[in-house]
Design a protein around this ligand. Sequence first.
Ligand code: SP5
Ligand code: ZN
Length: 348
Amino acid sequence: MKEIPVYYAPSSFEHFPQYEIFNGKNDLHEESSARIANIMHALEMSGIADINISTVKSLGIVERVHSYDYIKYLKKTTESARETALANNDPIFAIYPSVHPYNNFGHAENAVALRGTYAFDTYTPIMRNTYEIALDSAGAAIAGAMLLREGQPQVYALTRPPGHHAEKAMMGGYCYINNVAVAAEYLISKGAKKVAIFDFDVHHGNGTQDIFYDRKDVLVVNIHAEPKEKFPYYTGYQDEHGNGEGEGYNFNYPLKLHTEDEAYDQAVKRALEHISRFCPDYLLVSAGFDTHKEEPIGGFSLSTEYYKTLGGRIARFGIPTLSVQEGGYATDVLGQNVVSYLKGLLGK
Ligand code: SP5
Ligand code: ZN
């Protein structure tokens, strides 16, 4: 008996960022397709996953989450990358920003200017299929949310590229479209009154925070490495509480580098209290496994076993829950970390 439904989009395997630009130099890009290959393998071996292909078209909901201009930019720039890739027989051709807006009066239309307008870092290239692949990834999150509406208690969306750094009108942190935000917006569009998002990726989910910062129907709770040390640096501090109607519906729990299971678990318990107080119709989880001790770009020292504890704490709410894959770059252990978490969700 396969217990947890999983959705993924096959195009997730066709996204090939080669390098990120750091301090003017090319660095190996950690967000590789080996990540989801390792997860798929571990899911198959575990026998607990009912793996399904998503064919959901996400554009309609995506356009409620992201600005029209941003999505238009992503589409057009993907088309332009595709033309160059074809013309030069260079399938890994990639577009990166070079100039970022200083005073933006909204007149700059040059392609170089737009790259900086819509991206906050130099880690997130646009390549020949980026737009379509990012839409498919968001589609897998919607497919998972559809299953929640049919009464499934726990669902996992194996999304790649990840999403939680993508803001309303900016890409960054390997993210183009905010998958978890799209799933939340989908559920709201179908009548949900309250959705909670719990983000345990080691990096602050700046995109999700940005998208829901003014809203009280979507509670956002984040636990992550302190941003004064780690990406995304500018957000994720404790005094970011939400704005206007959204005041009191955003919480950040930044933790010290090298945090281990026990201290982490204490913070998780405090963070989860906000969710039980909120009584959401649905819980969405931005599940990043870059908190693991073997993580190349992480900062914490969690064990594989801990993810089972974490899954158990989340499942204990008894709220229909969709977990959406975010980061995790220790490709040899990523799959077993995901399986450990899913076992926790299933109360094993
Ligand atoms: C979804 C997610 O986990 N995104 C993570 C984005 C963080 N990227 C920052 C990694 C910077 C590592 N490169 C620094 C190179 C030093 N040699
Ligand atoms: Zn991360």
